[in-house]
Design a protein around this ligand. Structure first.
Ligand SMILES: Nc1ncnc2c1ncn2[C@@H]1O[C@H](COP(=O)(O)OP(=O)(O)OP(=O)(O)O)[C@@H](O)[C@H]1O
Ligand SMILES: Nc1nc2c(c(=O)[nH]1)N[C@H]1C(S)=C(S)[C@@H](COP(=O)(O)O)O[C@H]1N2
Length: 207
């Protein structure tokens, strides 16, 4: 399995109205702004804005992993119970392994914000090809839910009330053969077992 050196992250906004120009897409900007605050390792983004069409979602996710060689793909939108909400089905269809813990934790976090958190069917998967793998995670469509689920909730003193899912993402990317990702602990404190820790990038001579 290759560990391509440059961290590549795919962002997919799934919205009939934003992709149709009815309203401006706020999903991709919310995702890219949060990642820019959270990740200190250099990374490149691949972004896509598409309608709630299952075949198009599947094609987009597969292309981002297999051709664009993303290590992580975040979707926003289309996780609810409405007839056109099909992002989880498309995600499960392209995944080789389900990672149900991410969806479970996101619903726990979101319940701190809205009672309708349980309406999101969001999930996560690993997509593995012969020489590459990526983590694909679904976030709800409401733009403010992006920071909420990735970062979690802190009290006024900065203590964690409920942990965000992103804390577990860098170690997951390690385990599937991707690049070593570092984060700003004030935004998202990465957890890795001691045996998986490397010295901070600033003090590493070679990578
Ligand atoms: N990509 C987006 N950009 C801006 N706002 C969004 C976006 N997606 C969702 N929203 C906002 O969050 C609300 C709830 O999102 P939801 O995914 O349920 O939208 P929707 O009703 O499925 O419509 P659509 O798929 O056309 O965005 C929307 O009504 C809209 O105000
Ligand atoms: N953190 C958070 N989670 C949330 C929400 C939210 O506003 N914040 N909205 C909920 C609502 S109202 C719905 S219907 C589901 C699915 O939303 P989606 O279809 O936009 O993905 O996500 C839920 N999860």
């Amino acid at each position: 399995m290759t560990s391509d050196r440059e961290l590549v992250i795919g962002l997919v906004s799934v919205s009939d109205r934003a992709s149709g120009g009815v309203y401006e897409d706020k999903g991709i900007p919310a995702l890219s702004d949060w990642l820019a605050q959270a990740i200190t390792t250099p990374f490149r983004l691949e972004t896509r804005l598409i309608p709630d069409e299952r075949a198009e979602i599947e094609r987009t996710l597969a292309d981002l992993v297999d051709t664009a060689r993303c290590h992580l793909v975040l979707t926003t939108g289309g996780t609810g119970p409405a007839r056109r909400d099909v992002t989880p089905e498309a995600t499960l269809a392209v995944g080789t392994r389900e990672m149900p813990g991410f969806g479970e934790q996101m619903r726990q976090i979101s319940l701190r914000f809205v009672p309708t958190a349980i309406l999101s069917r969001q999930t996560a998967v690993i997509r593995e090809t012969q020489d590459h793998a990526a983590l694909i995670m679904n976030l709800p469509g409401q733009p403010k839910s992006i920071k909420e689920t990735l970062e979690g909730l802190k009290d006024d003193a900065g203590n964690v009330v409920v942990g965000g899912i992103f804390a577990a993402v860098p170690y997951c990317i390690d385990l599937i053969g991707g690049p070593y990702m570092e984060t700003n602990p004030l935004v998202s404190k990465t957890f890795r077992p001691k045996s998986a820790l490397r010295p901070p990038a600033a003090s590493r001579k070679t990578e």
